[in-house]
Each structure stands twice: as structure tokens, then as C-alpha cells.
Ligand binder design. Structure first.
Ligand code: CP3
Length: 354
């Protein structure tokens, strides 16, 4: 079905959109822009449709997923939509009892700490996530020429939630397993890579135009440990999608020391947080890959002249790259004024028009 999906996809206008072209380092009429977490609590229309519905339930209802995914496209005129879901959705579908608590994030009922625990993490089959297939198909029909980005969490970031049992500042238990029980660690990550790859294949077959692999917490590692304990598993996911023919974006936070390796893992586009200027990031990532980023999400709280100056700086630094997708350095914070995001989209389009 992946091959059928890619044949059908070549016929779609979204496959030749400004966003996909920038990911492929092809010439574009302007720099494309979208925002991580563009759907969510910054939008009153989101808070309205989510009232009384839990995050996981919302992710499992294709009609609601489609509506929430479309909201920022309608409001801001961004160049891409991102599927409304969460990185823990596939592990929940693969048998892990968990919840997503507002203000906290994913909470795992029984964390994974032993070889025995690993058995609770089954392989994922497409019927386990049929709601995602349905939501993507609905969205591709509605979006027309606007591309839809599919996504998944990368093995390290998923492992951190599963081993810690929830969000962690130090990733202490995760690293304890990595250093102390390397065989168990690699077995866990191999299983997560299979689940992630299957989850992304479902999205590609249903028609997404690109995928983003979120390794949000990989920045907690040195380059040597990343290469030894993490890269092979993320590469398994990214190389497994090579023949799908959609651009692959690889993103993490605090990854200045990892940008070269994250590109080598098999990405077409490397996502960069606000700590590394895009010209410096480009020097690390090389001419074979585009970059995505990297306005500090907190800049959006400043007066407009400051926002404008920072957007122009990011665009100028992005000109060093063979392809640039404008984004924030991490997700939109819930307190962000939606009007500022709309203005940023307009400014990026105007200031980058060629
Ligand atoms: O970017 C998008 O617009 C798509 C939607 C999306 C969500 N989560 C929706 C969400 C995406 C891409 C994610 C990925 C995700 N989830 C990541 C990787 C990206 C990143 O931020 O680094 C991570 C680490 C998670 C885990 C997670 N889920 C966290 C840390 C939280 C925040 C907890 C909170 O309430 O502050 C969530 C919950 C979550 N995921 C919300 C949304 C809209 C908020 C839940 C709600 O609205 O009730």
C-alpha cells in the first residue's frame, strides 16, 4: 500500500507545494512557514471543540482530528498542516496503558524497566491505528494543495516517557538503562523503531506529503552516546521510509552537538531549535539537507518590532541553507496570541518573496 500511496501522491498538487519543494532544496517563490504545535491551546476554536474531551479520545476521533488540524490552516494561512495527534498515540495503540494529562504530558501507568515489561509493548498493526488512516484520508481530501505533515516520536524520546513513566528533567532512569543494561536498552529501542516505522507507513499510505520524526529530548545526550545508543534506531525508521518518497524531517531540542549526526540518520531536513543560528546549523548539516526553524517561541511575547526583527534575522540566516522551512525552534506556547502567528506568516511570505 505504500507504493500505491506514492503513485497516487505524485498526482497531488501538495507534492509540488512550496513546503515540499523547500524540503527537497528546489527553488521556491517564497520561504514556506508552519509552526510546531500550531494546533492547540493558543487557539480559542481549539479550546472550544476540545471542551470535555480528553486528549487521547480527541486523537482517536477522525472528525475531530480533521477539524483541529484544519483550524490553524484556516486562521493563519500556513504552508503546511500537521496531523493532530501525540507521540504516545502509537505506543498506546501497541498495548501500553497511558494517559495524557493536561499541563503535565504523557503519564505511563506501569513504566518499562525490565525485559518482562517489554512484552507489554506489542508490534503495531495497521488496524490498531485505523483512526489515523481515516483522519489522514479525510484531511488530504479537505486540504487540496496544502500538504499534510505526518509525524511520530523517535525511539529515544518515546523510551524516555516509557522508562521514566512521564516527563523527566534529567532522563535519569532512561540513561541508567542505556548505560547499565545496554541489551535491554537496544531491545526496547528496536521495538519502538518498528512501531514508529509502521505508524509512519500508515500515514504515508493514507497520503501525507512529508513526515517529521520528533526526537525532542535527544539533546540530553553527548554526540558519542547519541551515535552509539540512539542513531541506529532512528536510522532504522528514517531509512525504512526512503522508498516512500516523502521528505523526512528530523527534529530535536538542544541538539547543537547532534545536528550532523541527526542529518546522517537519514533526514532530508534537520529541525533546529533557537539556540543555533541557521547558518551555523547549515555548516553542520551540510549541503545535502535543508533546515527547518528556528524562531524562539518566546519571541512571540515581545512587541511586534522585536518579532519582526527576529523573523528577518532567521530568514537572513536561513539563506545560507540549500532549503529553508520557517518554523519556531520548538512548539507554540499556549499563552501565544494567535494574531501574532498570523502576522508572522504574512511577514515570512512578504519578506522572502523572490
Ligand atoms: O504540532 C502540532 O500541532 C501537532 C500536534 C502535536 C501534539 N503533540 C499535540 C498535543 C504534536 C506534533 C505533538 C508531539 C509531542 N507530544 C511531542 C514532540 C514535540 C515536542 O513538543 O517536542 C512531545 C514531547 C509530546 C508529549 C506531550 N504531549 C507533551 C510534553 C504534552 C504537553 C503537556 C501539556 O499539557 O502542556 C502533550 C500534550 C499535547 N500534545 C497537547 C497537544 C495539543 C496538549 C493537550 C491538550 O490540549 O489538552
Amino acid at each position: 500500500t505504500t507504493l500505491e500511496g506514492s503513485a497516487a501522491r505524485r498526482e497531488q498538487p501538495a507534492a509540488d507545494s512550496v513546503f515540499v519543494r523547500a524540503c527537497r532544496r528546489q527553488p521556491v517563490a517564497h520561504t514556506p512557514v508552519w509552526f510546531m504545535r500550531q494546533a492547540g491551546r493558543s487557539l480559542p476554536e481549539y479550546r472550544k471543540v476540545r471542551a470535555g474531551i480528553s486528549m487521547l479520545e480527541a486523537c482517536r476521533r477522525p472528525d475531530l482530528v480533521a477539524e483541529i488540524t484544519l483550524q490553524p490552516v484556516r486562521r493563519h494561512g500556513v504552508d503546511a498542516a500537521i496531523l493532530f495527534s501525540d507521540i504516545v498515540v502509537p505506543v498506546a495503540a501497541a498495548g501500553i496503558d497511558l494517559d495524557i494529562e493536561p499541563g503535565t504530558g504523557p503519564v505511563i501507568a506501569e513504566p518499562i524497566r525490565t525485559e518482562r515489561d517489554l512484552e507489554r509493548l506489542r508490534p503495531l498493526t495497521p488496524p490498531d491505528v485505523s483512526f489515523v488512516d481515516e483522519a489522514v484520508r479525510l484531511l488530504v481530501g479537505e486540504l487540496g494543495a496544502t500538504p499534510l505533515i505526518g509525524f511520530a516520536g523517535a525511539p529515544f524520546t518515546l523510551a524516555s516517557y516509557l522508562v521514566e513513566g512521564g516527563p523527566s528533567r534529567t532522563h535519569g532512569k532512561t540513561k541508567a538503562m542505556m548505560y547499565g543494561q545496554p541489551e535491554l536498552w537496544h531491545a526496547l529501542c528496536a521495538r519502538l523503531a518498528e512501531i514508529t516505522l509502521e505508524f509512519l507507513r500508515v500515514q504515508v499510505a493514507a497520503g501525507v506529503s512529508a513526515v517529521q520524526l520528533f526526537d525532542s529530548w535527544a539533546g540530553a545526550l553527548s554526540e558519542a552516546d547519541y551515535r552509539r545508543f540512539v542513531l541506529p534506531h532512528s536510522a532504522q525508521v528514517l531509512s525504512g521510509l526512503a522508498e516512500a518518497g516523502v521528505p523526512r524531517i528530523h527534529f530535536g531540542v538542544g541538539t547543537a552537538q547532534l545536528l550532523t549526526a541527526m542529518g546522517e540518520a537519514g533526514a532530508d531536513v534537520v529541525g533546529v531549535d533557537w539556540r543555533t543560528p541557521l547558518d551555523a546549523a547549515t555548516a553542520l548539516v551540510g549541503p545535502e539537507r535543508a533546515v527547518q526553524g528556528n524562531l524562539d517561541p518566546c519571541v512571540l511575547f515581545a512587541p511586534w518590532p522585536v518579532v519582526e526583527r527576529e523573523v528577518r534575522r532567521v530568514l537572513a540566516e536561513g539563506r545560507a541553507a540549500p532549503g529553508h522551512v520557517f518554523n519556531l525552534g520548538h512548539g507554540v506556547l499556549p499563552e501565544t496570541e494567535p494574531e501574532v502567528l498570523t502576522r508572522v506568516v504574512e511577514l515570512v511570505h512578504e519578506a522572502s518573496a523572490r
